[in-house]
Design a protein around this ligand. Structure first.
Ligand SMILES: Cc1ncc(COP(=O)(O)O)c(C=O)c1O
Length: 341
């Protein structure tokens, strides 16, 4: 994979500028790039900490010395709960909960190690994935966290159902409606005498709506940094920075070429990747190790051995297929970035 450093830095600055102009913090999602070097770039640009999807990602960042971590996800496996508690003994890490049984399990593991980790109550603000129902269920769970001797740090609500909507008033209303549910929960919990320090939400597609909604304290955007052709259809504030370098391995004159990249190196989960910088060609099919590119114009001058870049269409599910990214500046490799976690 190749990362265009000029485009990545432009995205980094665009986001940093937005968050420097308000009181909301940016806690970038590490799951997108899984690259500690890029996480350090985000922290140096003003991020308040990092968001993770898994305990393994949080362990990775902790190993690299990153201080403030949020696992914006539920954990339920006893081994993962133990790993989370061990990590909480080493660094500031929080996890989300939506179930009292898991609060009990985390509390039991924490007691054994005499640790008091911080928890966020996850509220379902419309994605219908994880999260308690907004309202009294959130209050009950916040109370349970405290009663079990754990730290209740606040709320998280991920409005994933909104992020890929096209920009416009409908999107603003949908994201605001989700944030309203979250802030109403905050008010109910504070009304019960429990302080809510953190209200964490958002993603790349809603950073400028949820990130300005009164009461939200931090935004978990991740995809903005490297962008992809799927997200860019609805989010043009950020530039495409990530591509896959391939080689033409076969050519059927006037009809197609085949490159040495397929589903093992490139996700087609949200649609087909496209070819960077060449007109009149369409990536038609990805097999395990083959990408079949149709020549819409038979005179396209591609030969076996030629290098072709494909835009990454869904970065989240593509980066994890790789071990490294080559960062490119002025046409030269600048650095080899390790993907971990
Ligand atoms: C809980 C959570 N927060 C934040 C994000 C980051 O969103 P984005 O990819 O829009 O930057 C995701 C992405 O799936 C997520 O699952």
């Amino acid at each position: 994979m190749l990362l265009d450093m000029a485009a990545m830095e432009c995205n980094l600055q665009t986001m940093a500028r937005f968050f420097s102009q308000g009181s909301v913090g940016l806690r970038p999602h590490f799951k997108n790039h899984k690259c500690p070097t890029l996480a350090f770039r985000q922290l140096a640009a003003g991020a308040i900490g990092m968001t993770c999807a898994t305990v393994a990602e949080a362990e990775c960042l902790a190993r690299h010395g990153v201080q403030s971590l949020l696992i914006a996800n539920e954990i339920a496996d006893p081994i993962k709960i133990d790993r989370f508690i061990d990590l909480a003994g080493q660094t500031e890490v929080m996890v989300c909960v939506d179930n009292e049984k898991i609060v009990d399990a985390i509390a039991a593991a924490a007691r054994k190690k005499r640790i008091q980790p911080g928890l966020l109550v996850d509220v379902d603000v419309g994605l219908h994935r994880c999260g308690v129902q907004p309202g009294e269920a959130a209050v009950r769970l916040a109370k349970a966290v405290l009663e079990k001797g754990l730290q209740f740090r606040g709320l998280m609500g991920y409005e994933g159902q909104v992020l890929r909507k096209p920009p416009g008033p409908e999107k603003v209303e949908a994201a605001s409606a989700a944030m309203r549910l979250l802030i109403e929960c905050r008010d109910l919990i504070e009304g019960a005498g429990i302080p809510v320090e953190i209200v964490s939400a958002g993603g790349t597609g809603s950073y400028n709506i949820s990130g300005r909604y009164p009461g939200v304290t931090e935004i978990q955007a991740g995809s903005y940094l490297v962008m992809d052709t799927d997200y860019r259809q609805c989010c043009t504030d950020f530039q495409l920075a990530l591509s896959l370098l391939t080689t033409v391995i076969s050519k059927t004159e006037g009809e197609r070429v085949v490159v040495d990249a397929g589903l093992k190196t490139l996700s087609a989960e949200r649609g087909m990747p496209s070819v960077k910088g060449i007109d009149d060609v369409t990536l038609k099919r990805l097999n395990a190790e083959h990408g079949v590119i149709q020549l819409e114009n038979p005179s396209v001058a591609l030969q076996v051995g030629d290098k072709i870049e494909l835009w990454v269409h869904y970065s989240d599910a593509t980066i994890n297929l790789h071990k490294r990214i080559y960062s490119i500046r002025n046409g030269e490799v600048e650095e080899v970035l390790r993907i971990e976690g």
